[in-house]
Structure formats: C-alpha cells, structure tokens
Design a binder for this molecule. Structure first.
Ligand code: C2E
Ligand code: MG
Ligand code: MG
Ligand code: MG
Length: 282
C-alpha cells in the first residue's frame, strides 16, 4: 500500500517503523497463510509427578517454523495474534494439532498423557470454543481428560462472566483447567474461588531463585499450602536444577516442569520418554 502511494511515502514508513515493528507487520501479513501451510508446530514439555517421578502430562507450546526467519517463539507472535484476532483461528489450529498428535500416539501404541493447551483471553471470549473442542475430540475418538486448558489471570480482567462461562462449559465437557503463571497477576484469590480450576502453576520467576531468595521461597511455600487447603494441585514451572527440584519436593509441590527434566521438543523426540513413563532422579 505504502509503496504504491509513491516513493516519498514509502520512505516515510520505512523510517518510522523500527525493526521489530516492521518484522511484526511482516509476520502479521503472512499469518493466515502460515496457518493453512502448517508452518506452525507444537513442541511439548513433560510434567512430572514430584513424589513418583512419573510422567503425568505435558504442555503444548506453539512455535512458528518460518520459511525465512527460522523458528520463531510465541513471545514474538502471540500478542500480535491477540491484538489482531488471529489468535482465534490459530487457537483452533492448536487444538486440532494436539488432538491429531494424541490420535497418532494412540494409533502407534504409545501411552497417552493429557496435553495442556495455553488459551488466551480472547479465546475465552469465544462461545464456539467448547463446541470446537468437543468436535475435535470426537473426530479423533479422544476422551476429554486427554486435553487440559491453561489460562492466566489476565484472562479475567474484563468480561469475567463470559470467560467463566466458557471455562465452565469446557469443564462440563470433562477438561481440566489450570491457572498459569500464578503469582504474577493481580489479586488472584477471588478468582480461584469463582473459577473451575484444578491446579495452580507457579510462575517460573518465583522458582529461579528459590534456593537463595527467602521471599521467593516463602511465596512458593505459601502457595503450596494455600493450594493444599483449597484442594488444588500445585505445579512449578521453570525448574532448571536438581536443587530447585528437591526443594519443591520437600515442600510438597505436586508436579514440576522445566529444562532440568526436559526442554520443550517435537513429538518424536519425546517418544522414548513417553514409553519409559518416568524420569531417573537419583
Ligand atoms: P507459559 O505457558 O507459562 O509456558 C512456559 C514457558 O517457559 C515456555 O516458553 C517454556 O518453553 C518456558 N520454559 C519451560 N521450562 C523452562 C525452564 O526451565 N527455564 C526457562 N527459562 N524457561 C522454561 P515459550 O514456549 O516460549 O512460551 C511462552 C509463553 O507463550 C507461554 O508461557 C504462553 O503464555 C505462550 N504460549 C505458548 N504456546 C502457546 C499457545 O499454544 N497458545 C497461546 N495462546 N499461548 C501460548
Ligand atoms: Mg502454560
Ligand atoms: Mg506458565
Ligand atoms: Mg508464561
């Protein structure tokens, strides 16, 4: 558009857009065709039970395999997609892709674990979401316990009622919902009470210095006991060392995820671990 308006205007745009905004615009222009062309892919990160060291599930994390820019991480395109309503079609692609993966594992005889999908605020304001989830599960002959939803507290800043209803419908289908990045949002306690969540995922910013920073250690320990008292599970994300893992085990955290156990990876790379079913932690 700018180009056809003449050389002067083109130069104006060129100068006023900084590099990252220009790249954002470029990504945006390609977005819909990228969905159709299957340029997006899911990586998976396992969740381990901290008492048994057994695998109990995994989280699907989106990546964009861009033909020119290589692998692009969600921090570069999820908020762009949210601002431009593209998160809705992308979200449907993600649900379909996770279900296809589960169906493929089942067909090939691998043990199945629930796959958690991250869902944005905008997706929770889409009344079609539960129906689409139900249809995808049916299409692949999957039971609803095989999908979980991760939402952040920012999903409930506005239009709480609609978001709550959509979550409620997902729960009625049989999916479980976890509250992601717990501790980074605003006053979460009233939401925990009002929402159908089964688990709190403690944000990795509290885990990073858990061994050295006393207030982080206190926040995490308090969250574990809060969750326990409310009958919720606690998951710690971003566990990068054995010391962090053992600390979390001692204070009674239920599940962990993190680079110490496994970096997010494509499905095939996970398969030996899925077959084994547990981690060796000495
Ligand atoms: P999240 O849901 O809190 O996901 C955890 C992020 O921490 C992931 O980053 C993961 O790769 C990273 N991570 C896991 N373990 C460790 C660790 O031990 N150390 C460190 N430093 N990082 C770790 P990723 O994949 O870049 O995703 C970032 C965020 O993008 C996610 O945060 C989530 O909010 C969003 N996102 C990812 N996939 C999707 C998706 O399919 N849909 C939507 N709506 N959002 C997504
Ligand atoms: Mg998550
Ligand atoms: Mg998180
Ligand atoms: Mg996060």
């Amino acid at each position: 558009v700018a180009k056809s308006a003449g050389h002067g205007l083109y130069r104006f745009y060129d100068a006023s857009l900084n590099a990252s905004a220009a790249r954002g615009l470029e990504l945006l222009q390609r977005f819909r065709s990228a969905i159709k062309a299957d340029e997006f892919c899911l990586h998976y990160q396992l969740k381990m039970n901290l008492q048994t060291f057994r695998i109990e599930g995994m989280e699907a994390l989106i990546r964009w395999q861009h033909p020119e820019h290589g692998l692009i991480f969600p921090n570069e395109f999820i908020s762009l997609a949210e601002e431009n309503e593209l998160i809705v079609p992308l979200g449907y692609w993600i649900i379909g892709a996770a279900c296809r993966q589960l169906a493929d594992w089942r067909r090939r005889g691998l043990p199945l674990y629930p796959v958690a999908i991250n869902v944005s605020a905008r997706q929770l304001r889409d009344e079609r979401l539960p129906l689409i989830v139900r249809d995808e599960l049916q299409r692949h002959g999957l039971t609803p316990e095989l999908l979980e939803i991760e939402v952040t507290e920012s999903c409930f800043i506005d239009d709480v009622e609609l978001a709550r209803q959509v979550l409620q419908s997902l729960c009625q289908l049989g999916l479980r919902v976890a509250l992601d990045d717990y501790g980074t949002g605003y006053a979460g306690l009233s939401h925990i009470k009002a929402l159908p969540v089964y688990a709190l995922k403690i944000d990795r910013s509290f885990i990073r210095d858990i061994r050295n920073d006393n207030s982080d250690a206190m926040i995490v320990a308090s969250t574990v006991s809060l969750a326990r008292n409310l009958g919720l599970k606690v998951i710690a994300e971003g566990v990068e060392s054995k010391e962090q893992l053992m600390h979390l085990k001692v204070i009674g955290c239920d599940q962990v995820q993190g680079f110490y156990l496994q970096r997010p990876a494509v499905a095939e790379q996970l398969e030996p671990m899925l077959r084994k079913g547990s981690f060796d932690i000495s």
